[in-house]
Design a protein around this ligand. Structure first.
Ligand code: ATP
Length: 230
């Protein structure tokens, strides 16, 4: 299995707050990796370093056979244009990503996400879940090899969460997309991830294959042990 990303001994402080204290892990091609950890554990900092939005104080991120252009990401602030329609937003970004014939791609993706009927609605009028689907559509316009999602389903109702999880699984199946997913939802991570990383206070506390975790009760116990204060 080829490795897409190698994070080596990442350290990052904000003033005197040590957000990352030496984190190392790999992400392999075609796998969905879940990044778990309590509030303030360092998940977003890790993601921002991977994306090149933040420099680590120490350590490095190596990308193998992909560049930052092959990575699509979804962070908390989505940057959609409120007063434009879903279609206008997607068309704008398609142009930005250099797509010459965006129409078919937008059709294909909005169908996959089940938001074709929202195309003419303004972003400002969408529900949170609908909006999230637009953001994921935008990320997919790039035809990414690697998708990085920071809490993609937070605040969504259970059906919307399941729909989005299914889309991620479908993308993995269709395009052997690699995904790094930060989440607080243990059930979600267990349902869709191949491997789980748990960080706490800037350290990697657990790494394991989801298949080897029997049920959500066992994952809960693993999580509890990983985040207990040493
Ligand atoms: P959450 O689950 O709450 O989103 P997280 O695991 O993503 O948390 P980070 O956002 O990476 O955690 O934060 C790690 C630590 O770094 C926290 O203690 C946080 O307060 C601190 N931190 C993050 N960004 C900044 C910043 N810009 N300035 C100062 N401290 C920061």
């Amino acid at each position: 299995m080829s490795t897409v990303l190698i994070a080596k001994n990442l350290r990052k402080s904000y003033g005197n707050i040590e957000a990352l204290r030496g984190i190392s892990f790999n992400v392999n091609k075609g796998e969905i990796v879940g990044l778990l950890g309590p509030n303030g554990a360092g998940k977003t900092t890790t993601i921002r370093i991977i994306l090149g939005l933040l420099n680590p104080d120490e350590g490095e991120v190596q990308l193998n056979n992909i560049t930052h252009d092959d990575i699509a990401f979804i962070l908390e602030k989505d940057g959609l244009f409120e007063k434009l329609s879903v279609y206008e937003n997607l068309k704008f970004y398609a142009k930005l990503f250099g797509l010459t014939e965006p129409f078919h791609k937008i059709e294909e993706i909005t169908e996959l996400l089940g938001i074709e009927e929202l195309k003419d609605r303004k972003i400002v009028n969408l529900s949170r879940g609908q909006r999230r689907k637009v953001v994921i559509s935008r990320a997919l316009l790039k035809n990414p090899d690697f998708l990085i999602l920071d809490e993609p389903t937070s605040g969504l109702d259970p059906m919307a969460q399941i729909q989005l999880q299914d889309v991620i699984l479908e993308l993995k199946k269709r395009n052997s997309l690699t995904v790094l997913l930060a989440s607080h939802n243990l059930h979600e991570v267990q349902r869709i991830c191949d491997r789980i990383l748990i960080i706490n206070k800037g350290l990697l506390k657990f790494e394991g294959n989801t298949k080897e975790i029997k049920d959500s009760r066992e994952l809960e116990n693993i999580f509890r042990r990983a985040v207990e204060d040493e």
